[in-house]
Design a protein around this ligand. Structure first.
Ligand SMILES: *[C@@H]1O[C@H](CO)[C@@H](O)[C@H](O)[C@H]1NC(C)=O
Ligand SMILES: *[C@@H]1O[C@H](CO)[C@@H](O)[C@H](O)[C@H]1NC(C)=O
Ligand SMILES: *[C@@H]1O[C@H](CO)[C@@H](O)[C@H](O)[C@H]1NC(C)=O
Ligand SMILES: *[C@@H]1O[C@H](CO)[C@@H](O)[C@H](O)[C@H]1NC(C)=O
Ligand SMILES: *[C@@H]1O[C@H](CO)[C@@H](O)[C@H](O)[C@H]1NC(C)=O
Length: 516
């Protein structure tokens, strides 16, 4: 039973063109795991909040700032999603040609939230290793890139970046700084390990024998990549196909598209190769975006033609899965993003429901929510993609977002079991209900259950919706979205579960797990 959805006209979402979400990044070394039977691939998965990344910024932010960052960043991300939904509605997911090219204004991802999980990836020949954000809401995989091609004679590229080249070189060096604040970071001079190896922590396409730039005159640039923000500018046919992701506040990311090989470690110890994968080579990140040179970029796990997922599932059993460990886990805790059959220890049976694919997003068929065993009265349109609603799973959004009627019902039901708490009125990024966790017993909270079509029930642990936001303070960790629109199940809600996306069967499966 194939289910590839198309956004119907009626599901078009009223949107304000604001921004493209941008994730501050952090990159590092590399690990993997192996197996060959059934062609299994495992990529190590660690949460961005993980101490491993802390020294590169963010780790010292207090939790309150972090939560505000998550919320703001989630919001920006949502703006971009809305755009994509609008963008997709009239287009067959099989034939994406014929897009108008358009450019978007943007807004910085505020402070860097640490809401995501990172994955190790090896790209190029010989392979270069990076940590990338695992993002199911994006189909483009891109790397922070050393601008090796600029030494060749791409006048078009030069021109485009002339204005920014000074800042760029600053921002390139700034990122070695260990300082925690954006503003100081921008200006800080740093010793650069790159002296010994200029490609340390950044992808150097020139050093990859398998890298090929996509030319701006190609159909791939003009049509296929137009939905990924390729520019129309093409001074010479052989110039690379560029993208420009900009923010309202003037920050931006620019680069060009290419194709290269991603190497994966099979679970049998051998190497697997995904050839000819479209990747982005981000050359410059300007103004306020807290990039770290060791921050590799984004692993686009969203579904799209020729995306990492598309190529991977064709060769690796049609499915992928991840198990999101507690988002506050220590650095010694890691798990895997797996293409092929998962190998996680489950604490309960795997339940499945249908996967509603709206490229690049993964929709699910929620039929209702209950709290404390009581089905909540929520209009069915909230769950219905055809009625401008629906729910998607998104590893790149941190806090779950519910459309107002659903949020109100959940909020009322949850607060009923929280009558005895001492409310805290500080601002925690707009979270509505916060309280002192002193003496608070989590097991008194009424259990929240998401009911899926076909009878599957998802019961997240209480800590996934009554979240820690500051020392001694917990909040109901769900964000209200004014409808109509799509609700998003964020990564905190997904934690401590294995999630399997089966793109051959069009099912999504989940099961509780410690993910350790
Ligand atoms: C760069 O290109 C221009 C014209 O496209 C040419 O005149 C010039 O010699 C080239 N420079 C190098 C270093 O290749
Ligand atoms: C890479 O993929 C594109 C389609 O995206 C195809 O046109 C091209 O021939 C492929 N190149 C190689 C070397 O396989
Ligand atoms: C991970 O580190 C924490 C604190 O550093 C420690 O308490 C815990 O036992 C460690 N877990 C494992 C599996 O090593
Ligand atoms: C928390 O509540 C549960 C059920 O109400 C009770 O069994 C448990 O003893 C309580 N735990 C604490 C630490 O009070
Ligand atoms: C969702 O599940 C319900 C109940 O199983 C079913 O009636 C409905 O058709 C499903 N919706 C979609 C879009 O598949």
């Amino acid at each position: 039973m194939r289910r590839r959805m198309q956004w119907s006209i009626s599901s078009q979402i009223l949107m304000i063109i604001i921004s493209f979400f941008f994730i501050p990044i952090i990159v590092h070394g590399f690990n993997v795991e192996k197996d060959h039977e059934g062609h299994k691939v495992k990529l190590e998965l660690v949460h961005r909040h993980n101490a491993r990344f802390a020294k590169h910024g963010g780790g010292n932010l207090n939790k309150v700032e972090a939560i505000k960052g998550f919320i703001h960043r989630d919001y920006i991300r949502r703006m971009r999603m809305n755009q994509r939904w609008g963008l997709y509605h009239p287009i067959s997911s099989h034939r994406r040609k014929g897009f108008e090219t358009f450019q978007m204004s943007m807004h910085a991802g505020a402070d860097y939230g640490f809401g995501e999980y990172f994955v190790q990836v090896q790209v190029g020949t010989p392979s270069q290793k990076f940590w990338l954000v695992a993002d199911t809401g994006n189909e483009l995989t891109w790397f922070n890139c050393k601008d090796a091609l600029e030494t060749k004679n791409h006048s078009g590229v030069r021109k485009r970046h002339k204005k920014s080249s000074k800042k760029k070189s600053k921002s390139r060096h700034k990122s070695r700084s260990r300082s925690k604040k954006k503003k100081t970071r921008t200006r800080t001079k740093t010793r650069v390990r790159a002296k010994t190896n200029p490609c340390n922590g950044v992808f150097c396409p020139k050093r990859s024998g398998s890298f090929q730039a996509v030319t701006c005159s190609s159909d791939k640039c003009k049509f296929d990549l137009s939905n990924l923000f390729s520019l129309t500018e093409c001074p010479r046919p052989s110039d690379p196909c560029q993208y420009d992701i900009s923010y309202i506040d003037g920050s931006s990311a620019k680069g060009y598209f290419g194709t290269d090989t991603i190497t994966v470690d099979l679970t049998n110890g051998k190497k697997g190769k995904l050839h000819n994968l479209t990747i982005g080579c981000t050359k410059s990140v300007l103004n306020g975006i807290t990039f770290n040179q060791e921050t590799g970029g984004i692993l686009g796990l969203g579904y799209g033609k020729d995306s990492f997922v598309d190529k991977s599932v064709i060769e690796y059993g049609g499915k992928f899965s991840y198990c999101l460990m507690d988002h506050l886990s220590n650095k010694n805790v890691s798990n895997y993003l797996t293409f092929g059959s998962y190998n996680a220890k489950l604490l309960g049976e795997m339940q499945t429901s249908e996967l509603l694919l709206f490229p690049p997003f993964y929709g699910v068929n929620i039929t209702g929510i209950s709290v404390g065993g009581q089905m909540l009265k929520i209009p069915s349109q909230v769950w219905d993609f055809d009625a401008k609603g629906g729910v998607i799973l998104d590893s790149g959004t941190t806090l779950t977002q519910l459309i107002e009627p659903a949020y109100v019902a959940v909020f009322e039901a949850l607060t009923k079991s929280l009558t005895k708490v001492n409310k805290v009125s500080d601002d925690f990024g707009g979270l509505e209900f916060c309280f002192s966790s002193e003496g608070f017993n989590m097991s008194t909270v009424a259990k929240l259950v998401f009911h899926f079509g076909g009878g599957a029930n998802f019961e997240p642990p209480v800590k996934s919706y009554i979240i820690d936001v500051a020392p001694g303070v917990k909040c109901i960790g769900i964000i209200v979205i004014n409808g109509p629109g799509v609700s998003v199940m964020g990564n905190i809600m997904q934690q401590n579960h294995l999630w399997e996306f089966d793109l051959a069967q069009y099912t999504v499966g989940f099961a509780p797990s410690t993910c350790t």
